[in-house]
Design a protein around this ligand. Structure first.
Ligand SMILES: *[C@@H]1O[C@H](CO)[C@@H](O)[C@H](O)[C@H]1NC(C)=O
Ligand SMILES: *[C@@H]1O[C@H](CO)[C@@H](O)[C@H](O)[C@H]1NC(C)=O
Length: 291
């Protein structure tokens, strides 16, 4: 009898643990196609399901109505590598929610209702490679240190949000960044925007279509100017505090200044050329004398 119980115990443990990780522990209305995936896509969920297996690695929650994630959510799911919350109703991230997600590689928060990414949001997300934050129509603020700690981040999506300006310092915290999407934001071509403009020019290879197709609007009348019509000179007078009218003048004097510079250098070049031709006769004489 006793030896029998001895080998029965581990067997029972094995059976119950496999039941726990298989279908048994799969949350209601979700699918668990393998040991590490929980798929609750398009289930009309209004909150994060209970009883998600603790060893989940891929959690798919897109196309639901989830308005918030509990602050301790990722403390529980420490193996989580892939989290898809696209197309939900998230309007804010509780401070600290993502700061423990040290294994998370992919995070999709696109198509939500986020308004701000606060400083310290991703503190310990050192494995994160792709972060999608696009299509949040009210998202217009990123805290100065919001992306601090994202040392592996290669792809960042901020397209189709509500940014009028973005502090370049925020991007300088991303040493591994390769792809950045910024298009479809209502950028304002003012002096605050100047630094971002210079950054975009220097990092065009990181923007999927370069600065092609990115526009900023004039503060005066909202008219949109494609960025490839502007040059760094357009913002060269942006050192002091300028009025809205000044911005306009700055931008257009920028364009005319570059045209003027081209004309001036052309005139100068032709003058020099003529001058050299005029002197040619004398010069040949001099050279003959030297020889
Ligand atoms: C977003 O989710 C809702 C609810 O499931 C769905 O009706 C809608 O088609 C989804 N939108 C996109 C763009 O997938
Ligand atoms: C999204 O956020 C805006 C601004 O905070 C709010 O007015 C709107 O009702 C929200 N929409 C949804 C669907 O939660």
């Amino acid at each position: 009898m006793l030896p029998c119980i001895n080998w029965l115990q581990p067997l029972l443990a094995l059976i119950s643990s496999s039941l726990l990780t298989r279908g048994h522990n799969c949350p209601f209305r979700c699918l668990c196609p393998d040991h590490h995936t929980v798929d609750c896509t398009s289930q009309g969920l209004t909150r994060v399901p209970d009883s998600i297996p603790l060893n989940v690695r891929r959690l798919l929650l897109s196309n639901n109505w989830i308005p918030w994630i509990p602050a301790d959510f990722l403390v529980l799911y420490t193996d989580l590598v892939y989290l898809d919350l696209r197309n939900n109703s998230l309007s804010q991230l509780e401070p600290g929610t993502l700061s423990t997600a040290s294994r998370l590689v992919f995070l999709d928060l696109g198509c939500n209702n986020l308004t701000e990414i606060t400083s310290g949001t991703f503190e310990e997300s050192r494995s994160l490679i792709k972060l999608r934050l696009g299509n949040n129509p009210y998202l217009n603020m990123v805290g100065r240190n919001a992306f601090m700690g994202l040392t592996s981040l290669r792809e960042l999506e901020l397209q189709q949000n509500a940014f009028t300006v973005l502090d370049v310092g925020v991007l300088e915290l991303l040493p591994s960044l390769r792809v950045l999407r910024l298009e479809g934001n209502p950028w304002l071509c003012n002096c605050q925007f100047a630094k971002l403009f210079v950054w975009m020019k220097e990092n065009q290879h990181k923007l999927p279509s370069g600065i092609e197709g990115i526009e900023c609007s004039l503060p005066m009348d909202g008219r949109r100017i494609p960025l490839n019509l502007l040059s760094e000179d357009s913002f060269k007078d942006c050192s002091g505090v300028l009025t809205l009218t000044d911005y306009l003048i700055v931008i257009f004097s920028g364009i005319s200044a570059s045209v003027a510079a081209i004309v001036a250098s052309f005139v100068l070049a032709s003058t020099v050329h003529c001058f050299q031709r005029l002197r040619k006769g004398t010069k040949t004489d001099e050279e003959d004398g030297n020889d």
